[in-house]
Design a protein around this ligand. Sequence first.
Ligand SMILES: [Zn+2]
Length: 467
Amino acid sequence: MILDENRLFPADSETRSVAVKLYETVRDLPIISPHGHTDPRWFAENEAFANPAALLIQPDHYIFRMLYSQGISLESLGIPSLDGVAASVDPKEVWRIFAKNYYLFRGTPTRLWLDYSLENQFGLTKRLSSENADEYYEVIAKKLQTPEFRPRALYEQFNIEVLSTTDSPIDTLEYHKAIRESGWRGRVLPTFRPDSLIDADHTGFLDNIQKLGQITGEDVGTWQGYLNALRNRRAFFKSMGATATDQGHPTAMTADLDPHAASALYGRILSGRSVPEEQELFRAQMLTEMAGMSVEDGLTMQLHPGSVRNHNRQLYEKFGRDKGADIPSPTEYVRALQPLLNRYGNDQRLTFILFTLDETTFSRELAPLAGHYPALKLGPPWWFHDSPEGMMRFREQATETAGFYNTVGFNDDTRALLSIPSRHDVARRIDCAFLARLVAEHRLDEDEAFEVIQDLTVNLVRKAYKL
Ligand SMILES: [Zn+2]
């Protein structure tokens, strides 16, 4: 076997035995996945995945950023460039490159996720290497053609209760519609992600606004018309099952302008001649507007700030976005969120979930904020911190001020479908390990730890995301 049954648990036997007992009570609970990036089309069409490289390597920026950092080109991994010329690379060759370089993932969560998939989903029980690369490729390729490996069957096999995708407001949600009309019992929900209509720096921003006007019949040439159009699409998303929104801004800055100033700013943004400071102020204003709409329509609000996107200019020009070249930068929350919180922070109708890529803010800013404002909750460790050490640091730094009940359980935040069970398993194990230590140190009674682990695994997620 590749995986030890006690992996990630504390090494000393007393604490470990508590962690094991806690884990037994949550191991088989359903997976609730309220934020992620899987493709709704998979579940609408339910077709077989093409091959092991197309499923496990090519969509996974955690994998190819590491390979790229060691001098392996994206072309050699079959990643298509923007000009649409996909390098014709044999997927088996891509798999061989990956297997040969599997040692690069030692000590990373990617290694944990992949080992879990190999063993639990494909029954492969030896470490991936150059020697077994071809054999493993054949086993996986064959399985992918079986009915058990179709997207819907995987959803069921993984015991997923609900899975949220991330969608543009101008998306027709045709695949979500197809899923709903198919009679399949899986629950795949859209999430309203308006960045491409709020961030003037976004590719195609002005075209997107025009499309928004066409779809909704609102006059997006005016500030009120623009807001009405967004309100209209939120209602549509809600009617299609959405329970949440998400925004991914460069910073957490918010603003609360008077309507005249906001309208004038929108005019500047629409002119196509806005400067970066105006674009930042507009994003800031729109966070407060979205919070106001969430108070009205009840959609849970999420903010994922602080990623400097497309850091590698050359790579961006050749391959486009989401190619593993997004890098975290320091993020300030306390002053940045104040305009929004002055307006809505005390409103219990709002659930506003904050994420960070800047771990220094957990104990200094985020836990004190969420440990005070009724509207605020802390999202789980995100992206680079979605790892055993990152999750443990989060609990250690946030719990003493925010407690457990201002957090919202786990998000897998992934486009890598096969990694979903493994990511949730890692989160459950780390929470058990953390709680076991509190019990062993007599800071928490054992019966309370059993209650908390249930809450962290399912109850807090259902509550925060209204699922
Ligand atoms: Zn995400």
